[in-house]
Ligand binder design. Structure first.
Ligand code: FES
Length: 255
């Protein structure tokens, strides 16, 4: 479904930009892990759309965090002004599913892919659940500033250059926090998700199917099942992430 939404707020956050749009009820139905295709150029060609995951869906607005300004389309989006009208398709795909009894949520992500985890964080906090966020980035500057997170969220970081937690801090943090959690959600590169898979397998002796979910690390250019750019190997065949995902059980993903 193609919809329009007015940009109501632009706020700098870390190295990126928060964009808030006034959303209609159809857009507010977007669940954590679902995505929208935003037109990111002056023309109407669908190839200029980018898949974006909202970081929050409030009472009447959706919020996006964009930081990859090296991408031409995202850079175009970052130049939109308050009052501009954005063109969106969605919500698309299948998002995260949290069971009522899952009260202790561990979020593990790379900063560039953290958006769907932040949306899930909001849902978990709204139902009085606990949240720990482990975030990895190349440098401290690429991380989310701690002040951007609700005070009740425990926040730990690891950086490649050691400027905010050493590069191997993620592995030891995962080892410490995974036994505490009764649900885990992850987002990052294939190598990053493989590391999370290995650490879960080493930490939790019981089979963990259903415990951990992850956003498949694939492009989502069309969102309609037509282009096949989003194929994901689940070990039982290849599936379109835009249709069956993009959120999968982490145990299913062959990375
Ligand atoms: S994004 Fe095109 S088939 Fe899934």
């Amino acid at each position: 479904m193609t919809l329009t939404a007015v940009l109501t707020e632009r706020t700098e956050l870390g190295q990126g930009l928060l964009l808030r749009v006034q959303a209609r009820p159809e857009l507010l139905a977007c669940r954590p892990g679902q995505f929208l295709l935003l037109r990111c150029g002056p023309d109407w060609t669908p190839y200029l759309r980018r898949a974006l995951f909202p970081v929050d869906a409030g009472h009447d607005s959706l919020v996006f965090w964009i930081d990859s300004l090296a991408d031409e389309g995202i850079a175009w989006l970052s130049r939109r002004r308050v009052g501009d009208v954005l063109d969106l398709i969605g919500p698309l795909g299948k998002g995260f599913a949290l069971q009522a009894q899952q009260r202790r949520l561990l979020l593990v992500g790379q900063a560039a892919q953290v958006a769907p985890l932040l949306a899930l964080m909001q849902v978990q906090l709204s139902r009085q659940g606990s949240v720990v966020l482990l975030l990895q980035a190349p440098t401290a500057a690429a991380l989310l500033p701690p002040g951007a997170l609700p005070p009740s969220v425990e926040y730990y970081t690891a950086t490649d250059d050691g400027s905010a937690g050493s590069a191997d801090a993620l592995d030891s943090l995962l080892g410490e926090v995974t036994p505490w959690a009764d649900a885990l959600a992850a987002a990052g590169s294939p190598a990053f998700l493989r590391q999370v898979q290995r650490r879960i397998a080493a930490t939790r002796p019981e089979p963990y199917r259903g415990f951990a979910q992850a956003v498949a690390p694939v492009p989502l250019p069309c969102g309609s099942g037509a282009c096949l750019a989003c194929l994901v190997d689940t070990g039982r065949g290849h599936h379109r992430a835009c249709q069956r995902g993009p959120v999968f059980d982490l145990a299913e993903l062959v990375l």
